[in-house]
Design a protein around this ligand. Structure first.
Ligand code: SAH
Length: 364
């Protein structure tokens, strides 16, 4: 068959058509090279983003339909031994009020959550030494005994492999640990020298090896981030092949070294969500609180870009203001577990439905 080279062939010098070509290839092969990722991120345009979101939505619907999975987020301690430069609950922030929930308080959050229709509880907190393996395992096994059908997700940072194993044996199913940024040099600009990208990543491999469903992810638009850094994040996610990918815009907190840094944009975060959906069609992809904070319709736009999970706040209302990772962090309205009806209505308004289920990853 002879094909005319003068008619109908795309103009590869035009970034828009080159971008479309890369997106089509990504959809077909679920992978790109580092240079191609950088090119696609650097060369994005509003029209290209719209094209990407249409492809990503199609892929998400093919794999997960129009179901939105919900997780009840229990922020159970704001004490933290770490000093991450971006985070509002970093150790050096002496102006934040610290709190720690008791086991009974955590269980009553689960009780309320179960009644509301949550089947996944996410226990998130700073790296708080009070929660030894024994104390955490006791809380996990109590939740497991009382609600055998629920999924228990932990998000409590870096621990030893033995600790992860003990918590898994106690009944935890999933673990969220964002790698934050893959590149070790960039990682070093966001964290004190006591923390390293290599350790963080090793934790993820350990968690996966033990049998957890794992969630990795990164902040979008964090200080000093380049398109090449994001390209490396994509390659790392591809290699790790996590069950969940949590990404959200970096948002400054007034009492941190990054108080004056510009926030990450909604636009780039949505674009990265769309790219992740095409690269990992089976992944669970939350429209995060940070995305909802960045714009009033951020959560909806995240769903329309390929996301399929939301994690309303199930912490006791009295402590919600104290878990301030960044300024203006949302914790009411659709972000509040008790306002689930509002969230349901907002999802229905864009053609999606909140489901009552554990919402396990297809990637198992
Ligand atoms: N201590 C746990 C939980 C950290 S909080 C851990 O180490 O995993 C959960 C996530 O919030 C972090 O992984 C980080 O990506 C995000 N986060 C923290 N500060 C932020 C900020 N200023 N802007 C946006 N996201 C932030």
């Amino acid at each position: 068959m002879s094909v005319s080279v003068t008619t109908g062939s795309p103009d590869l010098s035009c970034p828009e058509s080159r971008g479309r070509e890369l997106i089509r290839r990504l959809e077909q092969t679920q992978t790109l090279s580092r240079d191609e990722w950088s090119e696609l991120i650097r060369g994005r345009t509003p029209a290209l983003a719209e094209y990407l979101f249409r492809r990503a939505e199609k892929v998400r619907i093919a794999h997960y339909g129009r179901d939105i999975y919900i997780r009840g987020l229990i922020e159970f301690t704001s004490y933290c031994r770490n000093d991450c430069y971006y985070c509002g609950i970093r150790r050096s922030n002496s102006r934040t009020a610290r709190y720690r929930l008791t086991k009974e308080e955590i269980l009553s959050c689960c009780e309320l959550g179960w009644t509301l229709g949550f089947r996944t509880f996410v226990l998130q907190g700073g790296e708080d030494g009070w929660f030894t393996d024994e104390r955490l395992a006791d809380i996990i096994s109590s939740i497991r005994a009382r609600w055998p059908e629920c999924a228990i997700t932990l998000s409590v940072g870096e621990r030893s492999r033995a600790s992860y194993q003990m918590l898994f044996d106690a009944g935890a199913d999933r673990y969220l640990l964002r790698h934050e940024t893959y590149d070790s040099e960039h990682y070093g600009k966001l964290h004190p020298p006591s923390l390293s990208a290599a350790c963080r990543q090793q934790c993820l491999w350990d968690l996966k090896d033990i049998g957890y469903q794992v969630g990795a992810g990164f902040m979008v638009g964090s200080p000093f981030q380049t398109p090449e850094n994001l390209a490396d994040d994509m390659l790392f996610l591809k290699k790790l092949n996590p069950h969940m990918a949590g990404i959200g815009p970096f948002l400054p907190h007034h009492d941190t070294p990054f108080a004056q840094e510009p926030p990450g944009t909604l636009e780039l975060t949505l674009y990265m969500l769309g790219l992740i959906r095409l690269m990992l069609p089976n992944v669970l992809l939350p429209a995060t609180t940070a995305l909802g904070t960045a714009a009033p319709d951020g959560r909806e736009r995240g769903i329309l870009a390929g996301a399929n999970v939301v994690m309303p706040n199930l912490s006791p209302p009295s402590v919600r203001e104290k878990y301030l990772l960044y300024d203006n962090k949302l914790h009411s309205g659709s972000e509040a577990a008790e306002s689930l009806n509002e969230l349901k209505a907002r999802m229905e308004a864009i053609g999606y439905q909140v489901t009552v289920s554990r919402g396990d990853s297809l990637n198992r």
